[in-house]
Design a protein around this ligand. Structure first.
Ligand SMILES: NC(=O)c1ccc[n+]([C@@H]2O[C@H](COP(=O)([O-])OP(=O)(O)OC[C@H]3O[C@@H](n4cnc5c(N)ncnc54)[C@H](OP(=O)(O)O)[C@@H]3O)[C@@H](O)[C@H]2O)c1
Length: 204
């Protein structure tokens, strides 16, 4: 398959890129620092990016920022960044990529476990993750020609936990987390949330 990995230079995205390549897929790495580049907060660059890469079988997004700040300390700019980057950025990456998606193609976006198990300081992240899941469930109903959309909700990733000064031991590493994206690409599911194996919230 020809697969775009948005966020391919990041902690999780790099592991997703390596895993998909190891399975023989043709992977196009995308971020603000790749060539061609894309900035998901700027819809014009998304259109220019797709014009350059042409048709694909899968769009896998592992990018987008959201503020990790207590709700009473959030600034207008931090709220706007969360909405424009992780929420609308990924939605626009999918929306503008649909015309480039081949029949039976798949779009996979990234939310996060905090949609289900919020923690202090995560009001923006939890809101964006839950919004992305709502988008996924509804957008799946509009897709045609066998195309699918799924959302992966990673838990904390060990590398990120360590970088934040948390105990990384309870969490999967990026390579283990990447397996959920491979599962999403290779599955026949649509309009659903995918969790890293062993890290689904209660009820899943
Ligand atoms: N790491 C975790 O523990 C964890 C847990 C749950 C959910 N998540 C979610 O997973 C996603 C990836 O997390 P991560 O930790 O791997 O992030 P990361 O290491 O910070 O990497 C982010 C990636 O996205 C790209 N990117 C950021 N803003 C962009 C933009 N405006 N346009 C295009 N590309 C952009 C970055 O590349 P450039 O800077 O070159 O553009 C980089 O490749 C995020 O949405 C995060 O909320 C992460």
């Amino acid at each position: 398959m020809k697969i775009v990995v948005l966020g391919a230079t990041g902690t999780i995205g790099k592991a997703v890129l390596e895993l998909l390549q190891s399975k023989g897929h043709e992977v196009i790495a995308a971020s603000r620092s790749t060539n061609p580049s894309v900035n998901i907060t700027d819809p014009v660059t998304i259109e220019q990016f797709y014009e350059q890469i042409g048709e694909v079988d899968a769009i896998v997004s592992v990018a987008g920022e959201a503020a990790f700040v207590p709700v009473d300390k959030l600034t207008d700019d931090q709220i706007q960044l969360s909405v424009n980057s992780k929420l609308l950025g990924q939605i626009n990456m999918v929306r503008k990529g649909l015309s480039r998606l081949r029949p039976n193609g798949v779009a996979v976006i990234t939310g996060g476990f905090l949609a289900y198990n919020p923690a202090p300081q995560t009001a923006m992240i939890a809101m964006v993750n839950a919004g992305l899941e709502g988008f996924t469930k509804a957008a799946a109903l509009d897709l045609t020609q066998g195309c699918r959309i799924l959302i992966v909700h990673p838990p904390w990733v060990a590398e990120t936990a360590a970088a934040l000064g948390m105990d990384p031991a309870p969490w999967p590493n990026a390579a283990e987390t990447a397996q959920a994206y491979l599962t999403a690409v290779e599955s026949t599911k649509t309009g659903e949330a995918i969790f890293v194996e062993g890290y689904a919230p209660a009820g899943f």
